[in-house]
Design a binder for this molecule. Structure first.
Ligand code: 15L
Length: 266
């Protein structure tokens, strides 16, 4: 399998590119900045440039899939984040349609649903409706909607990953539930690339965390088998920050945690 990965120099790309390569996937990385050494591909490719569509389409010849990780990973002014996250997603999907690439994995985010409260009991399904907590979250909701459109129009398979907290290790109480380990991140992207005919699947991207409340059933249905559990860090985190109140504290009770604040103007 050969895949193009946008945002190859970003925090997720730097892990996923070598991780997929180790699994036998031929990886072609792209990024607006230079690529890290060891990642093959094209640096300096700006997906907002006027020739981005043709440049990416050309790169996608003879490729089996695209993993779109490029974008800004947090809140920004609307024109900036719309261009970086929403416009580039449309370019990525249209390039795939033009090049005949039928499998796309999109790096969505939990922040597309950030104002969603924890259910009184049970798990929150991965198709929880959009309740974005930021302009960033709106661009991720848009990303998922664009994915759905291209599945309908072009019979593509698009998997949108509502990624939690992708870090080497969890550091805050919220991350006891939302952590996605680096190794599980690679497992998830690999499953999204290889699952037979998912259509448009929207799945949570977290590890097998004991304290998770986001339902991994749809991710597991793709073949994702997470191995890591943030619980390994629970004693350390709780000793430092105190016992979490999962239904009282907004940072723990709402999907988007610190992003889901009503007092933010942008
Ligand atoms: C995200 O989508 C962000 O890119 C990342 O910086 C974290 O804030 C993460 O979500 C999270 O929710 O922990």
């Amino acid at each position: 399998m050969k895949v193009v990965i946008t945002g190859a120099s970003g925090s997720i790309g730097k892990v996923v590119c070598p991780g997929l390569h180790e699994r036998g996937v031929e990886v072609v990385g792209t990024d607006v900045v230079d690529l890290p050494s060891g990642i093959a591909g094209v640096g300096g490719l700006d997906l907002n440039a006027p020739d981005a569509l043709s440049a990416l389409t050309e790169l996608l010849a003879d490729v089996d899939g695209l993993v779109h990780l490029a974008g800004i990973p947090g809140e920004e002014a609307w024109p900036t984040i719309r261009a970086a996250n929403a416009d580039t997603t449309q370019i990525a999907l249209q390039s795939c349609a033009d090049a005949g690439v039928n499998r796309v994995v999109l790096a969505s985010s939990n922040h597309a649903t950030g104002f969603t409260p924890r259910p009184a009991d049970g798990m929150l399904p991965s198709d929880a409706p959009h309740r974005p907590d930021s302009f960033y979250g709106v661009t991720k909701a848009t990303m998922e909607a664009l994915g759905a459109l291209y599945v309908e129009r072009h019979a593509m398979d698009v998997v949108s990953l509502r990624i939690g907290s992708f870090r080497p290790k969890p550091a805050r109480r919220r991350e006891l539930a939302t952590w996605l380990s680096e190794a599980d991140g690679v497992r998830l992207v690999y499953a999204a690339l290889t699952a037979p005919s998912p259509g448009h699947a929207v799945v949570w991207g977290i590890s097998d965390n004991t304290r998770a409340w986001w339902d991994l059933a749809t991710a597991r249905a793709l073949g994702y088998e997470p191995v890591d559990d943030a619980e390994a860090y629970a004693d350390e985190i709780i000793a430092e920050q105190g016992e979490p109140d999962w239904f009282g504290d907004d940072e723990l009770r709402l999907v988007g945690g610190p992003f889901a604040r009503r007092d933010r103007s942008r």
